[in-house]
Design a protein around this ligand. Structure first.
Ligand code: AMP
Length: 302
């Protein structure tokens, strides 16, 4: 039974980093988020691909326990495509091309058992689609987590702000938070998020970890000291998918448990960056994640 619904992109990615290049690789925010979520819970995806989307990618996602009854395959349509490159600073991707294709006119249909779930992850995609899916849920889920990125902040700032207003946990990276709230201060940006009804603001800082703010508390989680990063694409999405998967599994939204969730999410995101596309994410299991979680708890203690 699906307990977390994930909406976001399913993509064919062309990615180049100093350590290699892939073309037409499995990518997309919903892809990374749902595979990461499946380590903790049972995710179902709402999204769309074209008939050029390889069956082997569908099989790969299903083999990780991702439910794809909410995935539409548009006959004759072209799948969302993204191409990006990274220099030696792997913290920020340069987007070379974004082709929305089948996402341009996507009207999400939510399977009826998805519409009643308690956990909803609004992965990075057009904020109008994020709001549409939220409005189509039968009841307000117990926990809604949302992510975004610069393209949407530039094209649809008001809608992104509306998403922040509607959700419980707003996630974004530091550059996006600065851009959205037109400030150089991450703390001020987090305050702006919290002012808009999000109970929790999480600002991701790539290899430097992330910070968590609520009205009364603050927590910083460092990045895992990875020596061999290959491709950080999707690390933010796997972070988000793991976090909501962990919270769905534990059903505990206390600050203490949120901190644990963030350390689990950081562990999974660090594995994601060790390989291209979803390769490492598909190889790891909970034993690997728990081991890395243990290492985190050692090096944040003083
Ligand atoms: P991340 O590295 O976490 O920012 O996520 C990268 C993934 O997001 C890639 O697999 C892309 O296919 C996907 N992506 C890139 N741009 C967009 C966009 N504008 N909307 C939705 N997904 C995107």
């Amino acid at each position: 039974m699906v307990d977390v619904v994930v909406i976001g992109s399913l993509a064919l990615d062309d990615v180049s980093t100093p350590f290699g290049t892939v073309k037409g690789a499995l990518g997309g925010s919903a892809t990374y988020a749902s595979i990461a979520c499946s380590l903790f819970s049972s995710p179902g995806v709402v999204g769309v691909v074209g008939s050029d989307f390889p069956q082997k990618y569908i099989d790969q996602m299903k083999s990780k326990g991702v439910d794809l009854r909410g995935l539409e395959i548009e006959k004759g349509g072209k799948t969302f495509r993204w191409s990006g490159e990274y220099g030696l600073d792997l913290n920020s991707a340069k987007t070379l091309k974004t082709e929305l294709n089948v996402f341009e006119k996507f009207d999400p249909k939510i399977p009826s058992d998805y519409a009643g779930v308690d956990f909803l992850f609004l992965g990075n995609i057009d904020p109008s689609l994020q709001l549409d899916v939220l409005s189509k849920m039968k009841k307000r889920p117990k926990l809604v987590v949302a992510d975004t990125m610069n393209l949407w902040i530039e094209k649809k700032r008001e809608e992104v702000l509306e998403v922040v207003e509607q959700v419980d946990v707003a996630l974004m990276n530091d550059a996006e938070a600065r851009e959205l709230f037109r400030t150089s201060s991450i703390v001020k940006a987090a305050r702006e998020i919290l002012k808009r009804d999000s109970e929790v603001a999480i600002i991701k800082k790539g290899e430097h970890g992330c910070v968590l703010f609520t009205d009364s508390s603050y927590f910083a989680c460092p990045g895992y000291p990875l020596e061999n990063v290959k491709d950080p694409t999707g690390a933010g999405d796997s972070f988000g998918g793991s976090l909501i998967g962990y919270l769905a599994k534990t059903q505990d939204f206390s600050f203490g448990n949120m901190k644990k969730g963030i350390v689990y999410a950081s562990s999974v995101a660090s594995f994601n960056a060790e390989g291209f596309s979803v390769q490492r994410l598909c190889e790891i299991n909970m034993r690997d994640v728990t081991k890395r979680y243990g290492e985190f708890s050692e090096f944040v203690k003083f």
